[in-house]
Design a protein around this ligand. Structure first.
Ligand code: FDA
Length: 500
C-alpha cells in the first residue's frame, strides 16, 4: 500500500527474488515482493490458466497484438497470429538488434521456461564466476538449489520407448553417429506426471504443446516451490501487477521506492511510494540493468559504479533446425520438456552445448530443432536514453557469428554424415540461423565488478542485486540452476552480516 514502511522489499519474483524471500523469511524477516506480471492462478473462459503454443491468445504475450514466436516462420512464411493485447506471460522485449524473451508473472522465467535444470561441469566454473569458490558452490549451494527447485530426472527406461521423446532419440542417434557426446538433462517438470499424461490418466500439459506460454500441469515452477515455501512461513507477501520505476535514498534511513500499479491492458491505475530499509533487485538481467542505469543517469542513485549496465551476454544462444531423412521421423506427439543435450563444450575450437528441442507442430515434420549455448565472448552495454526515457542495449546481431561458428562444428558434421540439410524456412525466408533472439539474458550488474562479491551495491548500504544480472554473460549450460545457487550463496552471507 501507498506510504508503507517496509523492512525488506524484493523487486521481482523470479529465481533470485524467490530465494531471497524464502531465506530472509526463514531468518525471521518480513518480506514484501512486488512483481510486474500477473498472478497466474485464475482460469480463463476455457477453464485453463495458460494457453498452448498451437492456439495462442492474449495470455501468451506481454502487451502484443500479434504473437512473436521464436520460430516464427514455417515454409518461409510468418505464422504469427493476431492476439488481444494483455499482460500475458511471455515478454519478447525488443532492443535494436535482439529480442530478449522473459517470463512475466509470479514466478518470473520459471513460468515459461523449458525447466532444464543443468548444473555446469565444475571444471568450467572458473570461467563462469571467477571470484566465487567452486568448492562451496558444488558442496553446498548447487545441491541446495537443486533440492529447493525439486529437480528430477527422466526414467531412462521409459524414455527409450516413449513416443513423445522420439525427437530426442533421433537427435541423440544422429549426434552419436558423428561422434558427439549426448547427455540426459535434469528438469523441474514432474516426470511421473508426464508418464501419466502419456498413459492418458492425467490431463496433458507438456504433451499438449504447453511450455513457453506456461504449463497448466506438471511443471514445478517457482510458485510451486521456493515461493510456496516462502508464503508458508507467513512472513512474505507478493503483490502482482506493480512495476517499480524508481529507487532513491529516503530522507531518513532506507530507500524510497516508486511503483505503478497496472491493469491487464498495461495502463497505470495508481502510483505508489513505499519506504524500505533494504531493497533487493531481482527483476532479472534486463529488468535490473534497466532500473539501475536509469537510477544512475537520472540522479536517483548517482554513485552507482560506472560498470552498471555492462557485461551483458546472451549465453551464446543461437537456434537452428535440420531436416532429417524420411526414415528418421521425429514424431507428431512431442513433449515440450527437453531432456537431452549434445555436449561439445570440450571442443576448444568452439565450445557448444546444444539442447535437443521439441518442435511441437502437432504433425510429423521430420525436423530436429536445437538451442545451442556457446561461448560467445561479445558483451553488450545497457544505457539510458534521455530522448526516449528508455534504456537501449548495443548488442549487434553480427556478434552471434561466434555462436553460429561453434554450432556449425556440431551440425555441419551431422548433416554431412546423415546427408541432410539445415531448414531454411523457420527463422525467416531462406534463413538458417535463429540469431536475433535470446532465451538466456545474463549480466548487466556483474558480481565483484558492479557489486561486492555477494551482490551488495556498496555505495548504497542496504541495496542488493540477486538475479541473473550478476552473472557475466555465460553459464556454459542453461542458467537458472546457477542463478539459484549463486542467490543461495549470496543471501546466506547477507543474512549473516547485514541482518544482525
Ligand atoms: P526472472 O526473469 O526469472 O525474474 C525477474 C522477474 O522480475 C520477472 O517476473 C519480471 O516480470 C519481474 N520484473 C522485471 N522488472 C520489474 C519491475 N520494474 N518491477 C517489478 N517486477 C519486475 N533457463 C534454464 O536454466 N533452463 C531452461 O530450460 C530455460 N528455458 C527457457 C525458455 C524460455 C522461453 C525463456 C524465456 C527462458 C528460459 N530459460 C531457461 C532462462 C531462465 O528462465 C532465466 O535465466 C531465469 O528466469 C532468470 O532468472 P532471474 O531471477 O534472473 O529473473
Amino acid at each position: 500500500t501507498d506510504g508503507a514502511q517496509l523492512p525488506v522489499l524484493v523487486i521481482g519474483s523470479g529465481y533470485g527474488g524467490a530465494v531471497a524471500a524464502l531465506r530472509l523469511a526463514q531468518a525471521g524477516q518480513n518480506v514484501a515482493i512486488v512483481e510486474k506480471g500477473m498472478s497466474w492462478t485464475t482460469a480463463g473462459s476455457d477453464g485453463k490458466i495458460f494457453c498452448n503454443m498451437l492456439s495462442p491468445d492474449g495470455r501468451s504475450y506481454w502487451l502484443r497484438t500479434t504473437t512473436d514466436q521464436p520460430v516464427s516462420y514455417f515454409m518461409g512464411a510468418s505464422y504469427n497470429k493476431s492476439i488481444s493485447s494483455y499482460t500475458g506471460v511471455l515478454d519478447s522485449e525488443h532492443f535494436s538488434q535482439i529480442r530478449i524473451y522473459q517470463g512475466r508473472g509470479i514466478g518470473g522465467g520459471s513460468l515459461v521456461n523449458g525447466g532444464m535444470a543443468v548444473t555446469p561441469k565444475q571444471q568450467y566454473f572458473g570461467s563462469i564466476l571467477p571470484s566465487v569458490d567452486p568448492a562451496e558452490m558444488y558442496n553446498t549451494y548447487y545441491p541446495r538449489a537443486n533440492a529447493g527447485l525439486r529437480v528430477n530426472n527422466v526414467d531412462q527406461t521409459w524414455f527409450e520407448s516413449a513416443s513423445c521423446y522420439q525427437f530426442a532419440r533421433v537427435g541423440r542417434k544422429t549426434a552419436q553417429a558423428s561422434g558427439f557426446t549426448t547427455t540426459f538433462v535434469p528438469n523441474v517438470y514432474d516426470f511421473n506426471y508426464m508418464k501419466q499424461e502419456l498413459a492418458n490418466t492425467a490431463p496433458r500439459s507438456a504433451l499438449n504443446a504447453e511450455v513457453i506460454y506456461g504449463n497448466n500441469y506438471g511443471k514445478n515452477s517457482l510458485d510451486k516451490t521456493y515461493l510456496a515455501d516462502a508464503m508458508a512461513t507467513g512472513k512474505v507477501t507478493i503483490t502482482p501487477q506493480h512495476v517499480v520505476t524508481s529507487v532513491a535514498p529516503a530522507a531518513g534511513t532506507g530507500y524510497t521506492v516508486t511503483m505503478n500499479q497496472i491493469d491487464t491492458s498495461g495502463n497505470t491505475v495508481a502510483t505508489k511510494t513505499v519506504t524500505a530499509q533494504k531493497v533487493f533487485f531481482a527483476a532479472g538481467s534486463v529488468g535490473t540493468s534497466k532500473l539501475l542505469v536509469t537510477q544512475k543517469a537520472t540522479g536517483k542513485l548517482p554513485n552507482l559504479p560506472s560498470t552498471v549496465g555492462t557485461g551483458w551476454g546472451n549465453n551464446g544462444n543461437v537456434m537452428v533446425a535440420r531436416q532429417n531423412q524420411a526414415w528418421d521421423a521425429t514424431g507428431s506427439l512431442q513433449s515440450c520438456i527437453p531432456v537431452m543435450g549434445i555436449d561439445n563444450w570440450a571442443d576448444t575450437g568452439g565450445p557448444a552445448f546444444a539442447e535437443i528441442s521439441p518442435f511441437p507442430a502437432g504433425i510429423e515434420t521430420f525436423a530436429s530443432l536445437y538451442l545451442a549455448i556457446t561461448q560467445n565472448p561479445n558483451r553488450g552495454t545497457f544505457s539510458y536514453n534521455s530522448g526516449t526515457g528508455g534504456v537501449d542495449l548495443n548488442w549487434q546481431q553480427a556478434w552471434n557469428g561466434v555462436g553460429i561458428a561453434a554450432a556449425k562444428r556440431i551440425f555441419d558434421p551431422i548433416n554431412a554424415k546423415q546427408a541432410t540439410v539445415y531448414r531454411t524456412d523457420l527463422f525467416g525466408s531462406n534463413k538458417v540461423w535463429g540469431d536475433d533472439f535470446a532465451y538466456h539474458p545474463l549480466g548487466g550488474c556483474v558480481l565483484n565488478q558492479s557489486t561486492d562479491n555477494y551482490g551488495r551495491l556498496q555505495s548504497y548500504p542496504g541495496l542488493y542485486v540477486i538475479d541473473g544480472s550478476l552473472i557475466p554473460g555465460c553459464t556454459t549450460v542453461n542458467p537458472f540452476v546457477t542463478i539459484t545457487a549463486l542467490a543461495e550463496r549470496n543471501i546466506e552471507n547477507i543474512i549473516a552480516n547485514d541482518f544482525k
